[in-house]
Design a protein around this ligand. Structure first.
Ligand code: ADP
Length: 501
């Protein structure tokens, strides 16, 4: 046993005190002695004591009184009674008063040490039990606190929240959810999902997630649902137990009616303004062209220069209007996506031929590299033409005079990959995610003179994604850029039957 433990020996007979000390000290205990109960209480009051060995009968304050006083104030210290053979009954009475054990005089060494060790073990166990109890009480308190906090957070949220268990029963549903769905009296919890929300798409999403059909670290299925006059964005995610088993799902309803309305107003406004501007602008450009071609009489060099500059600016404005109209149509879903089997190679060749003149003006070589057999894609010809016109125009625009632009395509198992590469100014790494944003143009000293709207790549991305394809960019500043477009081969796009952009 370790010498960290202190044993207090209380006996009016010095020989017993010394005897106990002689036995216990070699065992590693720190031994304190007292000649009577009063002294013992004083020591207990001032020093840490682990076990008390206390004589039953002493002239000043015997074991019974020590026990009575200690029970209140030193309840965690076990007290062992030292007794003679004739007073065993009294010792038993002491045990009823709370003594841990008794040893009879004259005691055997091993019996005394065993008794002390057991008392210490008991004390240790009791302390551990007390700590566990305190910890449990603390945990229960924290849990209740957490629950109450969570309850308040969930109920204060402006978004609707619905939680299901793995049996698809609703176990939690906040105030906003019931309000959004017009449930005047929320059904009791737990309750079937259909009593709260009868949307088939949501039910399917929850079923998929509960079945573990979709996996991924940040898995969240997002849908948009229209209900009465409300547009709701519905996000559903599973939650897991400690062994990663799916225990249920959380669905959050976000009311996007206001955004949708704003979007519609914005699109209407853009459409209206653009239409009103496009016709007069086109006619001004036509008239400028006529004048520039000399059909309205001779021009001085100065007049030609000024008119050419005005013509370029006007053309830029018309491009912007056309892009805005295009994007507005795509975003509002009013542009129908044709699905015809398309020879991508043919489209690429046509676009490249159309832009060759522009490339030559800048002394840029334009190389087309296509394999003899390229699988067809199911796609909208005008949309795909627009994609490659934009990418090739950019490659030419952002290349220095005398550069080289290349467009190549290869076929993979179930998709076709087309890459447009240039040796132009390149794009900084942290700019790459932004270039597909509407109106975003990288600020670069070399592009200050390059005309553009910042809408081309937004249109490109929209069209590609509507074809269930994707676009990637690789670029090195000062070395060049490659845009890679992946489009599913015809067999892979059967399910596009009602896709729209
Ligand atoms: P813009 O009309 O400005 O060309 P885009 O949406 O087509 O608009 O492109 C967005 C921005 O991305 C451009 O302003 C340009 O900074 C950058 N960018 C696009 N293509 C290239 C390219 N091939 N090389 C370098 N930068 C490019």
């Amino acid at each position: 046993m370790s010498d960290r433990y202190t044993v207090l020996v209380v006996d009016d007979e010095k020989v017993i005190r010394d005897g106990c000390t002689l036995i216990l000290q070699p065992e590693g205990y720190l031994v304190r002695t007292a000649a009577n109960g009063r002294e013992a209480i004083e020591i207990l009051e001032t020093e840490p004591v682990n076990v008390v060995l206390c004589d039953l009968k002493m002239p000043v304050m015997g074991a019974i009184e020590v026990l009575e006083e200690a029970r209140e104030r030193f309840a965690e210290v076990p007290i062992i009674i030292i007794t003679g053979h004739g007073t065993v009954d009294d010792a038993v009475a002491c045990m009823k008063k709370g003594a841990y054990d008794f040893v009879t005089k004259p005691f055997r060494i091993d019996h005394l040490t065993l008794c002390v060790r057991r008392a210490l073990e008991k004390q240790l166990l009791e302390r551990q039990a007390r700590q566990l109890q305190e910890e449990q009480a603390r945990n229960l308190y924290n849990l209740a606190l957490e629950q109450s906090r969570l309850h308040t957070i969930v109920n204060c949220m402006a978004d609707g929240v619905l939680v299901t268990n793995r049996e698809m029963e609703v176990v939690l549903c906040n105030h906003t959810f019931t309000q959004l769905l017009g449930l005047n009296t929320p059904p009791p919890l737990p309750g079937p999902l259909s009593a709260y929300f009868d949307d088939a798409a949501l039910k399917e999403a929850i079923q998929t997630l509960l079945a573990g059909g979709e996996t991924g670290p940040n898995l969240c299925l997002t849908q948009e649902i229209t209900r009465d006059r409300l547009h709701l964005r519905v996000m559903t995610a599973p939650f897991y137990g400690p062994d990663r088993e799916t225990l249920g799902t959380v669905t959050v309803l976000h009311d996007i009616t206001g955004f949708k309305e704003l979007d519609r107003l914005k699109s209407d406004f853009v459409n209206l303004v653009s239409h009103e501007l496009r016709s007069p602008l086109s006619s001004i450009i036509m008239q400028h062209k006529v004048i520039l071609e000399g059909l309205a009489g001779d021009l001085t060099d100065k007049q030609r220069e000024m008119l050419t500059r005005a013509h370029d600016k006007m053309q830029g404005l018309l491009d912007l209007i056309n892009d805005l109209l295009d994007l507005a149509k795509i975003e509002s879903g009013h542009r129908h996506l044709e699905q015809v089997p398309l020879d991508l190679g043919e489209v690429i060749n046509e676009v490249a031929e159309f832009l060759r003149v522009k490339a030559e003006e800048q002394n840029i070589s334009l190389e087309v590299s296509l394999p003899p057999e390229l699988p067809r894609i199911l796609a909208d010809r005008r949309g795909i033409e627009e994609v490659f016109t934009n990418l090739l125009t950019n490659a030419i625009k952002y290349s220095p005079d005398g550069g080289a632009v290349r467009i190549a395509a290869v076929s993979h198992v179930d998709y076709v990959e087309a890459a447009v590469s240039d040796q132009g100014i390149g794009i900084e790494e942290d700019e790459i995610p932004k270039i597909f944003d509407k109106f975003y143009r990288v600020k670069h000293p070399k592009t200050r003179q390059v005309l553009g709207t910042g809408l081309g790549l937004a249109i490109v991305k929209n069209i590609i994604e509507a074809h269930r394809g994707s676009i990637k960019v690789e670029s090195q500043l000062g070395k060049g850029t490659t845009f890679k477009v992946l489009l599913p081969a015809a067999a892979e796009v059967r399910s596009m039957s009602d896709a729209r952009v």
